[in-house]
Unconditional design. Structure first.
Length: 203
């Protein structure tokens, strides 16, 4: 997604696509957490204590587990996917089983687990879901260490670019030889999003 949150000195002039400033601190130590979003996908919502638990908010209550949480596992993926005829890539992006696995990380995780992104979620067995859950955790952990993926305008809260994109195995590598087997990486569209995979390594 486009947009970002950045920590800036208080008084930093806003730009065209800056939408919200939250000011923290006192005097000279004041800083601003600024939300910038050219495409306006993001939002800032206030949820007061009197409105109940945050997890029960209408926008949050149907979300899946965090992939780095202990509750996330191959067993969870397996059980939640038994009646899902959609392709596994689409199921990962839906957010109702697991959150935070965006397009890039879904492609890379499916490659690492050796699963074709077009496979119906219900057709994947428990052992393969164990591999997928592990791959998702490993890919996200590596991306965090490397500051995320910089595509277009992505930067972290301190204004630094990520560099995980330098280690992609499949994402945005259509036609380039697979790093494992040498077969050309394929690109297809799934749900209006580009999917990249190796037809030889991912069955």
């Amino acid at each position: 997604m486009s947009g970002h949150l950045r920590v800036l000195p208080h008084g930093t002039a806003p730009n065209k696509h800056d939408h919200v400033d939250l000011v923290f601190g006192d005097g000279q130590a004041r800083q601003v957490l600024r939300m910038t979003d050219p495409r306006r996908f993001g939002a800032l919502l206030w949820h007061g204590n009197e409105e109940g638990e945050l997890a029960d908010h209408v926008l949050l209550r149907s979300l899946g587990v965090e992939p780095l949480d202990a509750a996330f596992s191959g067993e969870l993926l397996y059980r939640a996917s038994r009646k899902r005829s959609a392709a596994i890539k689409q199921v990962l992006l839906a957010g109702d089983i697991v959150v935070g696995v965006g397009n890039i990380y879904a492609c890379e995780s499916l490659f690492r687990a050796g699963i074709n992104p077009k496979t119906a979620a219900a057709r994947i067995g428990r052992a393969r879901y164990d591999r997928l859950a592990q791959a998702i955790r490993e890919i996200l952990a590596a991306a965090i260490v490397q500051g995320g993926s910089t595509l277009r305008d992505f930067i972290n809260v301190n204004g630094q670019s990520g560099y995980f994109q330098q280690t992609y195995f499949v994402y945005d590598r259509a036609g380039v030889p697979c790093r494992n087997c040498g077969a050309p990486i394929r690109q297809i569209k799934q749900g209006q999003r580009s999917t990249f995979y190796c037809g030889h390594c991912q069955k």
